[in-house]
Design a protein around this ligand. Sequence first.
Ligand code: SAM
Ligand code: SF4
Length: 426
Amino acid sequence: MSSYYIWTIGCQMNKADSADLAARLDDLGFIPAETVDEADVVVVNSCVVRQSAENRVLAKLDSLARPKRLRPEMTIALMGCMVGPEADELMRRFPHVDAFVSPGRASELVEIASRRPVDRIVVHEAPSRPPCAYVTVIEGCDNFCSYCIVPYRRGRERSREMKEVLLQLEELVAGGVREVTLLGQNVNSYGHDLPGGPDLADLLGEVNAVSGLERIRFLTSHPKDMSDRLIQAVGSLSKVCEVVSLPVQAGDDDVLRAMGRGYTSRFYRELVERMRDEIPGVALSTDVVVGFPGETDEQYRRTLDLLSGVRFDSLHIAAYSPRPGTAAAETLEDSVPLSVKKARLREAEELQRGIAAEINGRLLGHSVEVLVEGEKQGKWHGRTRTGKLVFFRQDADCLGQLVDVRITKTSPWSLQGDVSRHRHEG
Ligand code: SAM
Ligand code: SF4
């Protein structure tokens, strides 16, 4: 029986691609291996959004040279954003890698893996799958923010037909999935390239009608594409969770312009106000880049002002990392010293820690609905509709169930509590 091992780094879309590949290999009769040494097919699903991620991928690829020498019959494949249109350099640098598969071409990888002899076709019972699934609804990105390599690696925006998405969802729900996250680098531009031009609001309406599904999320949303129609859909559709991931990237208008984001700080703040009016209790998360070329201390302080003004539930901060081929890397000097980038990053993280502690602290003593995703070291965990991680103890198996948990302890990153009620069986 052939086995596979998938190593993944990067965004939710990479994780979704890996999960998809694993499911397809499972269907072919492959079994997952615990380690590289036990695997016949090893897949590295790569990310090059920042230099630090790229370095980890390179180290992983280097570490596979020895196992390949010892077992030349194993197949090693590299997929994801490291594989650009030109793979010659990668082929020279990693002679032990057999296949280079660009993002979105995972089906070809399934094809390559399936050429291996598989001893037996195994018909197995449906494995107990996690209750949450990620489904990519739009690939690629048309935005070309000046710092970002994604459009060069993932190509232009391509939406999946609504029918196809709904079919996949029905299959997932039949397999036990109760929560879905619809994915796209720019998910709220969904549909503009499809006949009839449906939008994300239309898709959410259809997905909301899938019976057996309890919760719907979507990410990542670009502020310039956050239409009133979409905001209203999120506010009114019962299964669509009141949580939006809305990367702002910077608080200063000149930096935003140099980043090519297509909005101002004021536009963003007003958008947040509209969303808070239309979507009661909405939780917001954002991404910020500090140390963009030429970012002055004053400009950086405007990002801090925006963070303290908006008060996000969660924040992901990155230090600017020049990506070869992007407009910023080619035309602007990476002028902010690393030590300054790191200090800005720490300061913004510290500010956010206080904000998140206060927001989460308000939940103390309240009951929240949690969809149970798993168990670790005697504690169950799951998320609220707003995406907050909750831990609680309980003897009986409650995987995939919706439970009400009364919060007894909070921190900036997670909550703890006691089960007060089981809603219904998963
Ligand atoms: N499409 C989303 C958006 O509009 O923000 C996010 C996609 S991007 C792959 C994920 C995050 O990585 C971005 O939000 C940004 O904060 C960060 N990022 C992208 N390029 C970067 C770079 N060159 N240096 C540092 N961070 C970067
Ligand atoms: Fe990158 Fe900008 Fe596209 Fe997000 S919207 S993937 S940051 S180019």
